[in-house]
Design a protein around this ligand. Structure first.
Ligand code: AHG
Ligand code: MN
Ligand code: MN
Length: 321
């Protein structure tokens, strides 16, 4: 039986990073427990308040955020945190080496219908900079020393990378340990499955309009394949399906709200997922460049996302040229 600690030790990950990751995992186990108790723990429904991005928060968005924030603030290696649910970065320990950035609960519209949600996390070096300042966090995804997600589905899974491939762990509900269940996961390069919110079609830019139109023509169209579509409405679950059996996931730029280039957030969703996808042999792009190469300008910045199976993403990007 191999736990994350064993794998991190094999990969020569430092004790301080291991301890930081372990703190994230301990918080995620608490979140898993609350989700399993569901209505019995009184955590379902709306928190009747909005986050900085104007989205109505669910009670569990707030509870998950507070669990992660409180536990990470007590970890001596954490200099500061940034969260989708916090207006501003939260400084923690002045001597901490790491910044932990997270989407505490991704896919929160799924909570009340008992469908998969997840926690997405990204760890950056603090480089001794002031963790109360947004600028300290504005590092490209290439600087990530760890990225991962915990998926709360029929099983609770941890999918994680420290830059040495992607490993999948399953939470043993008896021992409460994550156990390695798939080492070095790889995304199949070709696929017949796509994920996009089709209801936004009329707002998309022309390249995505054309690409999706060609996929819908199936084997009779230029792509010569019969495609299938999936949309869980939780990026974490859609990306997990792609890590498992390939596919392409898109939340492209659209013209619904001109000041928001896409729905997903670079720091909390784009960068960690891009690192995982790249480490598993796939590609993650914003349609113009690799997501990991974007220099962030704002902590809550949005990013268009096209990621997944290498060949399929290359085909999608060819529509932009
Ligand atoms: P969050 O619950 O953290 O706000 O993120 C939801 C995101 C993402 O997980 C998902 O892919 C997308 O929003 C779903 O968007 P639609 O509502 O357009 O389906
Ligand atoms: Mn999210
Ligand atoms: Mn969220």
């Amino acid at each position: 039986m191999q736990t994350p600690k064993h794998i991190l030790a094999q990969n020569n990950v430092s004790p301080s990073l291991t301890s930081t990751i372990n703190t994230v995992l301990n918080a995620s186990k608490e979140i898993a427990l609350l989700l399993q108790k569901g209505a019995m723990s009184g955590v379902l429904g709306s928190a009747e308040q909005e986050n900085v991005q104007g989205e109505t928060q669910k009670k569990l968005d707030v509870i998950s955020n507070d669990l992660l924030k409180d536990m990470l603030s007590e970890c001596p290696h954490v200099a500061g945190i940034a969260s989708e649910e916090e207006d501003l970065p939260v400084p923690a320990n002045a001597d901490g080496e790491f910044l932990v950035i997270f989407d505490p609960l991704d896919g929160s519209s799924n909570i009340d219908i008992n469908v998969t949600v997840g926690t997405i996390f990204s760890i950056l070096p603090s480089n001794g900079n002031d963790a109360s300042q947004e600028a300290t966090y504005l590092q490209s995804g290439r600087n990530q020393v760890c990225a991962g997600y915990v998926l709360y589905g029929p099983s609770t899974l941890l999918v994680m990378t420290t830059g040495q491939g992607v490993d999948v762990f399953t939470l043993d509900p008896i021992s409460k340990e994550f156990v390695l269940t798939e080492a070095q996961s790889k995304i199949t390069p070709s696929t017949k499955e796509f994920a996009i919110n089709m209801s936004n079609q009329r707002f998309w830019a022309e390249p995505i309009q054309n690409y999706v139109a060609d996929m819908l023509q199936g084997e009779e169209g230029p792509l010569e394949k019969r495609y299938n579509m999936r949309w869980v409405a939780a990026m974490v679950a859609d990306v997990h399906r792609i890590i498992n059996r390939g596919g392409i996931f898109m939340y492209p730029w659209d013209k619904r709200e001109p000041n928001k280039p896409g729905k997903l957030r670079l720091m909390y969703e784009g960068n960690p997922m891009a690192m995982l996808v790249e480490q598993a042999g796939g590609i993650a792009s914003n349609s113009e460049m690799n997501i990991l190469d974007i220099q962030p300008e704002l902590i809550h910045q949005r990013v268009p996302v096209i990621l997944g199976s290498k060949h399929e993403v290359e085909v999608a990007l060819s529509y932009y040229n």
